[in-house]
Design a protein around this ligand. Structure first.
Ligand code: CP3
Length: 339
């Protein structure tokens, strides 16, 4: 097994610098688009054979240091009785968004057997890759999930979820408690299926101030990360959009923080000497001229040189318009194979 990712997460010296990309299995790959023609995203997530094939695609093509299970953060919510669709170029839609106590009560306790196909996809992906690289398991963070449930869709200003959080504190705590329990059991099942590394995607929590994050979200996140690390799992914590949350991401149980392009990655490493740091190339550079992209990636490599525990990634997901040649060149650069 290529254990570069695991060694980096433990601040040990890996054989080579690990690199993988959030949303590495997606629309920028024509092989993905080909399979996707016949199914919706959610249908694909429910088909372990196709899901495993999709996860393995970018790993084989670019020699990446990790696979990520093909699923979506909305999938486990379907196992809690939520009615979810995903609209292309828009994102998730929730029918009957959460507004009151009855809506929160309607959300059933998560039963992992309702999404058994995710854990089967993990096992199939491991087999398909002969355990050559780790398979990362994941879940959405409790703020990001509650924002989809309360807003009903993607949001720009998150007014509904913030109003709910401020005005209905008890209900907020009940909802966050249910979501945190779901995250724990969904991630534990992926860990059991063989994901040694787990990433918590709290993508939209950066809309909160540090004070509100600490008050309304972090206790739940820390509950999740402590439980998982007690099981021996390695946890990566990801939030975008808010440099002042970087140190708040370092809760107990977290091995690595994943940061976006708005922060200087060396500053993050200096501020968090006991943690691995993942990131943080601007995703739009995947559509920039190759030399420009390589030059900017080289700066990140130089800034993090000599410090163990850097996991190369983008600051957010791989864009659908990413240039495949850029992806190829970037991985070679990180691996020191650029001529
Ligand atoms: O390759 C991978 O990283 C694994 C699979 C993965 C998907 N979603 C599949 C998917 C992962 C890790 C996710 C996480 C996810 N889903 C997040 C957190 C990460 C982030 O980007 O912040 C969020 C917020 C979602 C919700 C979601 N699902 C969005 C916003 C979208 C995009 C809608 C669009 O069309 O632009 C989805 C759909 C989705 N999930 C796609 C994929 C590959 C889009 C591809 C398609 O339409 O075929």
């Amino acid at each position: 097994m290529n254990d570069s990712l695991i060694r980096a997460c433990r601040l040990e010296r890996p054989e080579r610098r690990p690199v993988w990309f959030m949303r590495q299995a997606g629309r920028y790959l024509k092989e993905y688009r080909e399979i996707r023609k016949n199914y919706s995203v959610l249908e694909l997530c429910r088909r372990p054979e196709e899901a495993a094939e999709i996860s393995a695609l970018p790993v084989n093509r670019f020699d990446l240091d990790a696979a990520i299970v093909f699923s979506d953060i909305m999938i486990p919510l379907t196992g809690m009785n939520a009615d979810i669709r995903i609209i292309e170029n828009e994102g998730p839609k929730v029918a009957g968004r959460i507004e009151n106590a009855e809506d929160v009560q309607r959300l059933r306790e998560f039963d992992p057997s309702t999404v058994q196909y995710v854990y089967e996809a993990v096992e199939r992906t491991r087999r398909m890759l002969s355990d050559r690289v780790p398979v990362i398991g994941f879940a959405g963070g409790p703020f990001t999930l509650s924002s989809y449930l309360i807003e009903g869709s993607s949001s720009r200003d998150f007014m509904r979820v913030k109003k709910f959080m401020y005005r209905k504190r008890e209900l907020w705590d009940e909802l966050m408690g249910k979501l945190a329990d779901m995250c724990i059991s969904h991630l534990q099942e992926q860990h059991r299926a063989g994901c040694r590394v787990l990433q918590l995607f709290d993508s939209w929590a950066g809309t909160l101030s540090a004070a509100d994050y600490m008050e309304y979200v972090r206790p739940y996140t820390e509950h999740i990360t402590r439980r998982l690390s007690a099981d021996g799992a390695i946890v990566i914590h990801f939030i975008t959009g808010n440099p002042s949350l970087v140190s708040c991401m370092a809760c107990r149980g977290v091995s690595a923080v994943s940061v976006d392009w708005r922060v200087n990655i060396r500053d993050v490493m200096d501020a968090l000497p006991d943690l691995a740091v993942q990131g943080n190339l601007e995703p739009a550079l995947m559509m920039a001229p190759k030399q420009m992209m390589l030059e900017r990636a080289s700066r990140i490599l130089a800034e993090t040189e000599g410090r163990p525990g850097h996991i190369f990634n983008l600051g957010h997901g791989m864009p659908a318009e990413a240039d495949v040649e850029n992806v190829e060149a970037l991985v070679k650069l990180v691996h020191g194979e650029m001529r």
